[in-house]
Ligand binder design. Structure first.
Ligand code: AMP
Length: 254
């Protein structure tokens, strides 16, 4: 099989080091004036795609994002890490995207870009939906390898290693396929300064979200309320296991 065209879904999220706060409306997270970055699991998916190209298994890596204009910055980062080109499916500022809406848009981008392989993160650290890859594979009716910790291209097949509760599972998937990247798949590289400069000249196309299938209706999944966790209580020392078990039982933990 000829070298693969790989599409990587990259999501812009609040940076992992930021302390997330509930917004004054009580139903969303405060995003204004907060540092955003590329979702860490998307970095791993992108790194794997770039490595496939470096090994000659992929011919092109296309980073795509569904979101507001601000996602262009995320896509520039993906280009600096090694994507060849990028496409933003743009939605308006207030538009809420659930996993279904994101997956419908990614499916629309698959229709346009015709990749052989779609690589996504196993989860985004903003809402922890962890479903976009699975919904996308269902929409496309493509095989899926979720939580991948190892990937090898074998002609028209992919060999995928997955970490499951009982150990490691190995799957063979026929291309085209959808993969989602687990933490141990690889160690993503940093973008170097020369590559950040070069990325400014790489192509970044913007298409309307509606053109690729973002539904005009509000998402089917709605967040009813959000609250911050209660402050942590101080720890307690106990002298022996019997007291520990009694305390846990009294507090309803066991
Ligand atoms: P989630 O299902 O939201 O936890 O996201 C899982 C993965 O789906 C992410 O790591 C991305 O690869 C992909 N994804 C989700 N939403 C988007 C989006 N708006 N744009 C691009 N990729 C996305």
């Amino acid at each position: 099989m000829a070298a693969l065209r790989v599409m990587v879904g990259v999501k812009r999220v609040i940076d992992y080091a930021v302390k997330v706060r509930v917004a004054s409306d009580g139903g969303s997270v405060q995003t204004q004036g907060v540092k955003h970055s590329l979702n860490p699991f998307c970095e791993i998916a992108l790194e794997e795609a770039v490595r496939l190209r470096e090994r000659g298994a992929a011919s092109e890596v296309i980073a795509v994002s569904v979101g507001t204009r601000a996602c262009q910055e995320t896509l520039r980062t993906a280009l600096a890490v090694g994507a060849d080109r990028a496409v933003l499916a743009e939605v308006g500022e207030g538009a809420a995207l659930g996993p279904r809406e994101a997956a419908l848009a990614l499916a629309g981008l698959v229709g346009r870009l015709r990749p052989d392989l779609v690589l996504l993160g196993k989860q985004a650290i903003d809402d922890d939906c962890n479903q976009t890859g699975q919904i996308l594979a269902a929409i496309l009716d493509w095989p899926q390898g979720t939580f991948a910790s190892g990937v090898a291209v074998e002609g028209p097949w992919l060999r995928v290693q997955r970490e499951v509760d009982g150990g490691l599972e190995t799957l063979r998937l026929r291309l085209p396929a959808v993969l989602t990247a687990d933490l141990r798949l690889n160690q993503p590289r940093y973008a170097t300064l020369p590559n950040i400069m070069k990325a400014k000249k790489k192509p970044l196309e913007v298409v309307g979200g509606g053109e690729v299938g973002v539904p005009p209706a509000p998402p089917r999944l709605r967040v009813l309320s959000l609250s911050e966790p209660p402050p942590r209580q101080g720890g307690q020392r106990v002298d022996d296991v019997t007291t520990l078990v009694t305390r846990l039982r009294d507090s309803g933990c066991i």
